[in-house]
Design a protein around this ligand. Sequence first.
Ligand code: NAG
Ligand code: NAG
Ligand code: NAG
Ligand code: NAG
Ligand code: NAG
Ligand code: NAG
Ligand code: NAG
Ligand code: NAG
Ligand code: NAG
Ligand code: NAG
Ligand code: NAG
Length: 540
Amino acid sequence: MTPFKLIFLIPILVNINYAYADDTIVEIESGKIKGHILKSESGKDYYAFQEIPYAAKPIGENRFQPPKAPEPWSDILETTNNTKICYQYKRKYANLEISEDCLYINVYTPQKPTDAKVLPVLLWIHGGGFVNESSTFEYYGPKYLMDYGVVVVTFNYRLGAFGFVGTDDGVIPPNLGLKDQLFAMQWVNRNIKAFSGNPYQVVLVGESAGSISVGYHLLGPYVNDTKIFHAAIMQSGSPVGSELRTQNITNEAYKLAKALDPTFNSTDSSDILKLLQSASAEDILHSEVTGAVVLEQDGPFSYQAFPSFLNQNYKKIPVMIGFNSEEWAFLVWSRNKTQYGKFDEDPSLLVDPLINMSSENRTIAGNLLRQLYTGNTTFDENYGGFIRYVSDHMFTTATCKQVELASPEAPYYLYQFSYKGELGGQMSLLSLLPPGTGTVAHAEDLHYMWDDGSNSDLSQFPEEDGVMLQRYVEMWTNFVKYFVPTPEPVGNITWLPSEPSTLRYLNINTTFEMMENPRQYQQVKGILETYMEPPYTVFN
Ligand SMILES: *[C@@H]1O[C@H](CO)[C@@H](O)[C@H](O)[C@H]1NC(C)=O
Ligand SMILES: *[C@@H]1O[C@H](CO)[C@@H](O)[C@H](O)[C@H]1NC(C)=O
Ligand SMILES: *[C@@H]1O[C@H](CO)[C@@H](O)[C@H](O)[C@H]1NC(C)=O
Ligand SMILES: *[C@@H]1O[C@H](CO)[C@@H](O)[C@H](O)[C@H]1NC(C)=O
Ligand SMILES: *[C@@H]1O[C@H](CO)[C@@H](O)[C@H](O)[C@H]1NC(C)=O
Ligand SMILES: *[C@@H]1O[C@H](CO)[C@@H](O)[C@H](O)[C@H]1NC(C)=O
Ligand SMILES: *[C@@H]1O[C@H](CO)[C@@H](O)[C@H](O)[C@H]1NC(C)=O
Ligand SMILES: *[C@@H]1O[C@H](CO)[C@@H](O)[C@H](O)[C@H]1NC(C)=O
Ligand SMILES: *[C@@H]1O[C@H](CO)[C@@H](O)[C@H](O)[C@H]1NC(C)=O
Ligand SMILES: *[C@@H]1O[C@H](CO)[C@@H](O)[C@H](O)[C@H]1NC(C)=O
Ligand SMILES: *[C@@H]1O[C@H](CO)[C@@H](O)[C@H](O)[C@H]1NC(C)=O
């Protein structure tokens, strides 16, 4: 090296050292970012980097198109506050801003990002029925998780029509919301090292629509053989069921175009794209067309879940999976005979329309299902039976089927979350629920893991709720760290993996207990399997 070059090198080195002396500055592939230090529940510092762009803004010609890399930046980008949430009707928190410009990711790490030791990564996919919610700090504050030695990542993906309308010819690519998710997962694979996260130990975790999403990412082989996640947690939702999917996405695009312009009558996808790209975001939202997940011809979203699990075409990695004890308990608030009465009149409607069954057998199977859930009465006389049916149909049956099919090939840790605490919320359900139903409704589990503002101060809650939260976070982060929830017993229990004949599961309640055969899964399975015929598309 000549002395001349050396002179130029010295100031650069000094600069770099100067920049890195600040632990809140991190360099990722698109540029430098500056985060800030927050406090975990136990009062330890953690590093938060919020609203990092992981994709280009999906606006203008990027609207209704696959995610692309963001423009690199040269200044240090301030990443200390996230306010942007994807297009939806309501913001639950006043500081948030509904925006199409919403493809951002947040990284939280309990140690200095420069630490040589890398930590396992919990990569969260939020729920909200593919139409609501977001990953922001307000919804998913990590202060409880930050005491357990894992890096936590949350991100937004496009919702409603913006993420789930498309055309079969791919001019408007379908499943953009899932493609955003995959893009974010690939970003984590490339960048998480900069935050002291281990790219070789990433656990994909989701709840509700997020859980169904995790299920979709489990199907088929890894994209280009790059193993971008290594285990998964699915809370309340499996793609084996029929929720949140559609058979014909092009029709959704037609419907949206018609809603935006009633005189529009072209069926040419590029005309539709032009219309959708020039419409106002508000009008797209208010069209009420939301789209849904659709099966593609090829690529990572070309696998139907039920046949994929039947045919061993999925990623055989450790999975923790389960449901709450009465997912759709909310039905007690809206008892409406017009809605449930039709199942008393025509029980064949209890069999999902996507299940292939002759009409005679659909009537037989439907009657058996009604007998099972009502104890040989009617839903009118046994409304609790209707609640149980809906909880199973939307969540439990598909989850159990996934466990039954995959547990011989990979460790599957099945749970039912039955702990009813004030921390979980929905206490007003308790006095209303008919006998025979569970008590823990959809999404209550989130409060034992994330700080969403309602549960920031544990001293406001019964002590046993805090104990539950601590056990819950311990098991969940154990799984992220060891791919096993109880390397040492938690709540006196060693949680054993499930197996197909008994569907062994952990009942998470005031006490923990290993149990078998959740709810009425075996009976429902017996009825459906007697009468359904190929092709097999869903099981729920
Ligand atoms: C984040 O930004 C929002 C909107 O600009 C603002 O209302 C809020 O106070 C900011 N929060 C923090 C912690 O800086
Ligand atoms: C989404 O939010 C809207 C407005 O708050 C609500 O009416 C709707 O039920 C929600 N949908 C889902 C699937 O969560
Ligand atoms: C996977 O490989 C194909 C073909 O080489 C390439 O076109 C595509 O961009 C790759 N996808 C990803 C996500 O890396
Ligand atoms: C979707 O519906 C349209 C008519 O609205 C039809 O032309 C098209 O073939 C359908 N696509 C599929 C995959 O069924
Ligand atoms: C479509 O709309 C155009 C202009 O609004 C009209 O001229 C044409 O006849 C319509 N075509 C059909 C098939 O309705
Ligand atoms: C009951 O459900 C029907 C059909 O969905 C709806 O039209 C009606 O408004 C509902 N009634 C009440 C009281 O909510
Ligand atoms: C449903 O099953 C029947 C009987 O096996 C079969 O003839 C029919 O083609 C199947 N339906 C579909 C949509 O494939
Ligand atoms: C309902 O009736 C069926 C057939 O008669 C019988 O096998 C079953 O035990 C009955 N169930 C209940 C809860 O009475
Ligand atoms: C959970 O525990 C409560 C209180 O001990 C009990 O009443 C309830 O039946 C239990 N539920 C389940 C499903 O274990
Ligand atoms: C664990 O065992 C102790 C002593 O037997 C008991 O008091 C406690 O309730 C148990 N905890 C759980 C979660 O079962
Ligand atoms: C109805 O189901 C029975 C029992 O699985 C089967 O033998 C029969 O062929 C089915 N009937 C029709 C019309 O599909």
